[in-house]
Design a protein around this ligand. Structure first.
Ligand code: N6E
Length: 164
């Protein structure tokens, strides 16, 4: 039998909607090292996924989100791995404080048209346009064991947050 253990994560995209810019973080260590990613991380025991999103953004970029909107759900399966990553995706367009670099992440603003896909997780190319245009979506991606190639995937837009 093939048991999979689900690990739950938040993934937060802070947007400057006026200037059409998105905040990404250069991951300095750990899983996804040297990639540009959204902010976020593992759900801690006894916190909600929204609390997790807010905590991770504070830990990684030193800002306090004042609104978060749940916009997506993604599952990642890696060949030869027992863990499934279940990722709750959020967008946020208001915060307090000054964005600054932390031990784990170097945050930087990118114009919507200049997102560095070649230095990001390959699946981001599939759903980023949905996230940038405020669509809601869900999807599953099966990665080869090398963590570079996507073997199969599905992705769909959803109308309702409750369908995510
Ligand atoms: C495979 N394709 C992927 N595409 C897009 N984004 C991906 C991703 N895989 C992971 N992510 C995100 O990257 C962050 C890692 O978080 P990660 O560093 O592992 O968590 P956390 O900060 O809790 O860990 P440590 O405290 O360092 O152990 C987390 O937001 C997660 O959603």
């Amino acid at each position: 039998m093939d048991f999979k253990i689900k690990r739950i994560y938040s993934l937060v995209f802070v947007k400057d909607t006026l200037n059409k810019k998105i905040l990404l973080g250069y991951k300095k260590r750990g899983f996804g090292k040297s990639k540009w990613i959204g902010l976020g991380g593992k759900l801690h025991p006894d916190e909600s996924i929204i609390e997790c999103a807010i905590r991770e953004v504070k830990e990684e970029a030193n800002i306090e989100l004042t609104s978060v909107d749940k916009i997506g759900y993604l599952e990642y399966i890696f060949e030869d791995e027992t863990n499934v990553m279940a990722v709750h995706v959020f967008s946020a367009d208001s915060y307090s404080g000054e964005i600054s670099e932390t031990e784990e992440i170097r945050p930087e603003w990118f114009e919507y048209g200049s997102v560095p896909f070649d230095k990001m997780w390959p699946d981001d190319r599939y759903w980023f346009h949905l996230m940038l245009s405020n669509k809601r979506f869900k999807g599953h991606f099966l990665y080869e064991a090398n963590l570079e190639n996507i073997k199969i995937y599905d992705l769909s837009e959803v109308d309702n947050i409750s369908d995510i």
